[in-house]
Design a protein around this ligand. Structure first.
Ligand code: NDP
Length: 494
């Protein structure tokens, strides 16, 4: 017989787990059956608020190892020596669907990694796409509303999706990537990850550069066709979770090579696009990928809820030697991600094992819901005469100069309304003829579902964006949607 006795949540052994305490064999049930109360009360509190975005996810612990010296760019201790390594936790996700939605949906994929470094936790919280639909966080709630459910019908609305995209041409780059083969990746192991935003790095001499992060899959890129993804959504909606768990359990640990792209401040001033605009990439030829290290995922956590559901990522979580940039989307996320975690998990979310810094922390924040009191009896105010917590100049933020000191709501700077060149390059330079064909068919199928009195207006507005990126692209989509185009007008507009 096992020594492990069935107990209440506070360790009191008890016997009657199947039968409630009643008056007579047929009931009624006594209120004093506290174990009945405890089990029912805990059960109805099992769910916490679902993430508004990235609700469906999978996660694994792993290791990051530095393979190339980038200490000339950053003073981060992690990067001080080739061979340095740290533990990591990565969470992948879809974006628009609810917690029970299909893993194979056409959607960007979240790709978030927490590096547990000696100088605190560092999060890269990106997607499997290098760009995003909007470049200012002020648009985020409205954009996400179009990806979620209609307030009246509670259905997803292709009309709302294309209405918003067509009215926000800055989304075109990400829309093309989403509608390409990479919009339906084969699980999570066969896709790249991008930090998307521009960050900064500062070295030991306090010289600063701008950087972007890219994880390239070492499993090779693999995607589902639209038909395969749709079929699998019915047959195995948890495909990506199963694929990740099974490969790690078999000892086939997925790996990604981490690279950075580096831009000097002088280059940033000369760059033909705003280097802090998250709807743009930095061309590889001008800003080549510099190898940094290898991320390997090698441990599925022993409890999904405790680790994957409660994992809390934020781009605000940076380490000494890595900093922010003026990117307006990044600046919005710096506020909104920790805010979401405080709402979902509470003010002490950083004390949960998956989020806690394994090297501890020392500050004057105290109490709050679910505090585990890691500071013990040390003073809760500063300055004080009792503790030995010190501040170190080496962690001082760099001063830097802004381009402008004029306050305003700027919606367009010089060169920032070029929403078309980079999507055009994706179409002409990167995709082969078969990939172009599938991109066009996916767009036609998706746009065919636009309905209602504004259908024609929305389609025409969006077609203009496709035409401006590439005339062949616009023409083929228009033909697929049975829209007649006056080619004389097009030739004239060229
Ligand atoms: P490159 O030819 O040097 O790079 C093209 C990039 O596109 C590669 O990183 C490739 O990833 C990626 N790619 C291939 N197919 C797709 C797809 N369907 N969706 C998204 N990315 C894809 O070109 P440039 O750097 O000059 O950029 C040209 C265009 O490539 C850009 O306008 C942009 O649309 C796209 N791109 C550029 C990236 C960048 O950081 N420069 C990053 C990703 C896309 P892989 O190497 O893994 O095959």
């Amino acid at each position: 017989m096992s020594n492990k006795k069935l107990t209440s949540a506070q360790g009191n052994p008890y016997f009657e787990h199947q039968d409630s305490q009643t008056v007579g064999p047929r009931g009624p049930v006594l209120l004093q059956d506290f174990m009945l109360q405890e089990n029912l009360a805990h059960f109805v509190r099992e769910r916490i608020p679902e993430r508004v975005v990235h609700a469906k996810g999978s996660g694994a612990y792993g290791t990051f190892t530095v393979t190339q010296d980038i200490s000339s760019y950053t003073k981060a201790k992690l990067f001080s020596k080739v061979g340095n390594s740290c533990r990591t936790f990565t969470r992948f996700s879809t974006v628009g669907g609810e917690k029970g939605s299909a893993d194979t949906a056409r959607d960007p994929r979240g790709f978030a990694t927490k590096f547990y470094t000696e100088e605190g936790n560092w999060d890269i919280v990106g997607n499997n796409t290098p760009v995003f639909f909007i470049k200012d966080a002020k648009k985020f709630p409205d954009f996400i509303h179009t990806q979620k459910r209609d307030p009246k019908t509670n259905l997803k609305s292709h009309t709302a999706i294309w209405d918003f995209w067509s009215l926000n041409p800055e989304s075109l780059h990400q829309v093309l990537i989403l509608m390409s083969d990479r919009g339906t990746p084969y699980g999570y192991r066969h896709m790249n990850g991008y930090g998307s935003h521009t960050f900064s790095m500062t070295n030991n001499d306090n010289q600063q550069v701008w950087v972007k992060f890219q994880f390239k899959t070492l499993q090779g890129i693999k995607n589902w066709s639209d038909d395969e993804a749709t079929k699998l959504a019915g047959e195995n909606p948890d495909f990506a979770q199963e694929d990740l768990c099974q490969s790690i359990e078999k000892g086939q640990f997925p790996q990604w090579k981490l690279y950075i792209q580096v831009m000097s401040d002088e280059q940033a001033k000369e760059f033909r696009w705003n280097p802090f605009d998250v709807t743009k990439v930095w061309p590889h030829q001008e800003f080549p990928l510099i190898e940094v290290g290898i991320l390997e995922l090698n441990e599925i956590p022993n409890n999904y809820f405790a680790h994957v559901e409660q994992a809390a990522f934020s781009p605000s979580q940076i380490i000494n030697g890595i900093g922010f940039s003026p990117d307006k989307m990044l600046q919005g996320r710096i506020f909104s991600y920790p805010d979401a975690q405080r709402y979902r998990l509470g003010a002490n979310y950083h004390q949960l094992p998956v989020n806690a810094c394994p090297y501890g922390y020392h500050n004057y924040q105290r109490d709050g819901a679910m505090a585990t009191n890691p500071a013990g009896d040390t003073p809760n105010y500063s300055p004080n005469s009792f503790d030995d917590i010190v501040t170190d100049e080496k962690y001082k933020n760099n001063n830097y100069e802004l381009d402008s000191n004029w306050v305003g709501h700027y919606n367009r700077n010089e060169n920032e309304d070029d929403h078309y060149t980079q999507p055009g390059l994706l179409y002409t330079k990167v995709l082969n003829p078969e990939e172009k064909g599938r991109l066009i068919q996916n767009i036609i199928d998706h746009m065919s579902k636009i309905s209602g009195p504004k259908r024609e207006e929305i389609i025409n507005r969006q077609l203009c964006h496709f035409f401006r990126a590439n005339i062949e692209l616009g023409m083929k989509i228009a033909m697929g949607l049975n829209i007649n185009i006056d080619t004389n007008t097009l030739n004239h507009s060229k």
